[in-house]
Design a protein around this ligand. Structure first.
Ligand SMILES: Cc1ncc(C[n+]2csc(CCOP(=O)(O)OP(=O)(O)O)c2C)c(N)n1
Ligand SMILES: [Mg+2]
Length: 636
């Protein structure tokens, strides 16, 4: 057997450079590049390997810098979503804090079912120099390292304790990354001595390898049962999740709903599957959904969930579906999700394959005229509400909805809007008029503050890798910005163009509102100077923080929209400048956090204190108990 003598790191990097995802007639590299922040643990291992290939074979594995390890994983997820999970990036971190900085990223990837490969360095396998700098060193189990914290967060975890283990570990990692039901964070912990250790690697391990994405067909019996349930429905409704996009099922969905007239409400991850103005598209569904989708959902008798995890936001904490006889037909490639809500009608299959099969079986099905008229009326009423919400108020401090309206009207159909946490995801879910399958990018499984800029950069990398120059527009709140904005420096370093719209409202508009509804009076949600006498942060005076100056200090072009009656027009002008530029532009706009989007009749279960000495909390508890009554105690 022909072999090559190389280090574990060199072998892993060369192996990763030869992995391909194949999906029908589409073929691309599974691992498009490696992010690395070097320290002890990887500087002489993965770092050395990347340097060597950079000199000898620069295309084998492109290396990219980042400023924060968590942000490397966010970038990988952003990239993966733009590539419909067919490709991602790897993230290499040093021992200890470098590695543990990726924990949040790992959890985010797993919660979102997005592939991301994590390569945290580990302390010595031989323990020859223990305890090394940054080693956890637990007396009761010295073998535990910070990397064991990745175990519950990863869909696959292993540690290369000996060089020979690399083969099986690398292959298992690739299988999970490219498996539509299992994908998520994949972690290979790499002890620093093993990273640099040499062994004789069979050339076979280093050859091109293809990973064909599994697209399982629906089983005959399950399909027949689903068809019968849908045929028996008077008011069917589709809940569209991200799985539709990951199986490239938009055309199949459109054909099916056009033929049958069945309406669609989408989760955050499913935003984009159908253009906003398609007659069957009721927009977002659930806690942050539209009134149209939520009203139809309340009466629907058969919910056809496709590629959805049924998060609490999607089901409005199990209050969305009020028909006493409601049934769930759950089409999902993951049996875990297909069986949710205790259904007896799971269809474990690829979304596109299942939709095509349903379309054939239900070719003669058409919803009745009164249901169709009801859908059309709800849709047009909601569209009018959005028009109102987008109309400029002329207030010196505009509300967030008019800011979204300005971004909407200033962007091109194929532009990608990126968001993750705060009040923006809910407002976008209700209001954003999606015009491209990948144009709506809101990370809302983990809703991680700090994803926005890093994830947006990853999304832009993903677009560029496809040869697309579509703009990526990151909308970010001041709170999220302060948590993780360092990848702006990465964008500057690589000349990658992002448009960032920062909404300055001096604190947490979202949690402030939530705090009010649970009777906690916005405690701790304003960014204000500390009031010594009240011992809180709720004074009038905002902080002298200048986030525009902060962004400018990174070398970005910055446009500040001044408060005033023309703020929305000025924002549109700024966006036009940003779109025309070839460089990144940061737009700073002040907004009133107390102006809200139109109500969509969604509810979100956030438990309120059962006993309290505060009247505000007691009142909130009484209302909570009332609202909780509509929650269905569903099985499963
Ligand atoms: C990492 C992280 N920490 C805490 C939270 C809880 N949280 C959700 S939104 C939010 C405030 C976001 O503030 P900002 O970005 O300014 O947006 P705004 O609410 O003002 O729209 C917080 C603290 C979170 N989602 N992620
Ligand atoms: Mg804010």
């Amino acid at each position: 057997m022909a072999t090559k003598r190389m280090t574990v790191s060199q072998a892993l990097v060369e192996f990763l450079g030869h992995q391909y995802t194949v999906d029908g007639d589409h073929r691309e590299r599974t691992i498009a590049g490696i992010f690395g922040i070097f320290g002890h643990g990887n500087v002489a291992g993965i770092g050395q390997a990347l340097k060597q290939f950079n000199v000898e074979q620069p295309d084998l594995m492109p290396y990219y810098q980042a400023r924060n390890e968590q942000a490397m994983v966010h970038q990988s997820v952003g990239y993966a979503r733009m590539h419909r999970r067919r490709a991602t990036m790897a993230s290499a971190a040093s021992v200890g804090p470098g590695a543990s900085n990726m924990l949040t990223g790992a959890a985010l990837a797993t919660a979102n079912r997005m592939p991301a490969l994590l390569l945290p360095s580990d302390t010595f396998a031989t323990r020859v120099a223990d305890p090394v700098l940054q080693q956890l060193e637990l007396p009761h189990d010295i073998g535990i390292t910070v990397n064991d914290a990745f175990r519950p967060l990863s869909r696959f975890f292993d540690r290369v304790q000996r060089p020979e283990q690399l083969y099986s570990i690398a292959l298992a990692a690739m299988r999970v990354l490219t498996d539509p039901a299992e994908t998520g964070a994949v972690t290979i912990a790499l002890p620093e001595d093993v990273q640099a250790e040499a062994f004789d690697v069979p050339l076979e391990f280093l050859q091109d390898r293809e990973w064909h994405i599994r697209r399982p067909l629906p089983e005959r019996g399950a399909l027949a049962r689903a068809v019968a349930a849908i045929r028996g429905a008077k008011r069917p409704l589709i809940v569209a999740g991200g799985g539709l996009l990951y199986s490239s099922a938009e055309d199949a969905l459109r054909a099916f709903v056009e033929a049958t007239g069945i309406p669609v409400g989408s989760s955050q991850a499913g935003g984009g599957v159908l253009n906003w103005d398609h007659p069957q598209n009721l927009g977002g569904i659930g806690a942050t959904g539209t009134l149209a989708a939520n009203r139809i959902a309340a009466e629907a008798d058969v919910i056809i969930g496709i590629g959805t995890r049924y998060s609490d936001f999607t089901t409005a904490s199990r209050t969305a579906f009020q028909n006493p006889d409601v049934q769930f037909v759950n089409i999902n490639v993951a049996s875990f999700d297909a069986y949710k809500h205790g259904t007896q009608l799971p269809v474990i299959a690829d979304a596109r394959e299942a939709l095509e099969a349903l379309a054939t079986e239900l070719a003669d099905l058409r919803i009745d005229a009164s249901y169709a008229a009801h859908i059309a009326a709800e849709k047009s009423a909601w569209d009018a509400s959005v028009d109102d919400a987008f109309a400029p108020s002329g207030l010196a401090l505009p509300g967030q909805t008019e800011i979204i309206g300005a971004v909407q009207s200033s962007s091109a159909p194929e532009d990608v809007i990126v968001q993750a946490a705060g009040s923006l995801p809910g407002d976008l879910h209700k209001l954003w008029r999606v015009r491209d399958p990948l144009g709506y990018h809101v990370e809302y499984a983990f809703s991680c503050m700090g994803y926005e800029i890093a994830g947006g950069l990853g999304a832009k990398r993903g677009a560029l890798a496809d040869g697309s120059d579509r703009d990526v527009i990151v909308m970010v709140g001041d709170g999220s910005y302060l948590m993780l904005n360092s990848e702006l420096v990465t964008a500057v370093a690589e000349g990658i163009k992002l448009i960032v719209v920062l909404i300055q409202n001096h604190g947490y508009a979202s949690i402030g509102h939530l705090s009010e509804t649970v009777g906690s009076d916005r405690f701790g949600t304003w960014y204000r100077e500390y009031d010594e006498s009240a011992r809180n942060f709720q004074g009038e005076q905002v902080l002298p923080v200048d986030l525009a100056m902060n962004a400018r200090s990174y070398g970005l072009d910055v446009i500040e929209v001044e408060p005033g009656a023309s703020a929305i027009d000025d924002l549109k002008a700024a966006l036009a400048v940003a779109k025309a530029s070839s460089k990144s532009t940061f737009i700073h706009i002040n907004s009133d956090p107390l102006l809200y989007a139109p109500d969509g009749a969604g509810w979100w279960d956030v438990p309120v204190a059962e006993v309290s000495t505060l009247e505000s909390t007691q009142a909130a508890r009484a209302e909570y108990e009332e609202l909780q009554k509509s929650q269905k105690k569903l099985l499963g």
